[in-house]
Design a protein around this ligand. Structure first.
Ligand SMILES: [Zn+2]
Ligand SMILES: [Zn+2]
Length: 117
């Protein structure tokens, strides 16, 4: 059986509203992401470093983004990723389709990933 995670291809990427992004994948799976969630898992250098530091240090400060962030704009990057402009001014994160598919927060996907680990 083909691995649905191997070559994720979105058929449709839609910013439903400033707080919600919806992606329909070629394998007919639909992922819905909240802006808070996407902001928190931002894959850019500085966010990555921030998370790394909070993992090694004392975890007193919550990683939650304090205010509600919105997605002001979403643009395509080549044929493999999207870039999100957040309302807090952050826009350096490039979310590859591969990453987005992995990040799908639905229960089905979470369970699939847990089984792999
Ligand atoms: Zn970032
Ligand atoms: Zn899913």
């Amino acid at each position: 059986m083909a691995n649905p995670f191997a070559m994720p291809q979105p058929l449709e990427i839609r910013r439903v509203n400033p707080l919600e992004l919806s992606v329909l994948w070629a394998d007919d799976h639909r992922s819905t992401y909240s802006s808070d969630y996407l902001r928190k898992v931002c894959p850019c250098e500085s966010c990555h470093e921030e998370r790394r530091q909070s993992e090694t240090g004392l975890r007193v400060i919550s990683q939650e983004v304090p205010t509600r962030v919105e997605m002001s704009q979403i643009s395509g990057v080549g044929r493999y990723a999207i870039q999100i402009q957040f309302s807090d001014g952050h826009n350096t994160g490039i979310y590859s389709f591969n990453l987005l598919r992995k990040l799908c927060p639905c229960r089905e996907c979470r369970e699939a990933w847990e089984q792999k680990e």
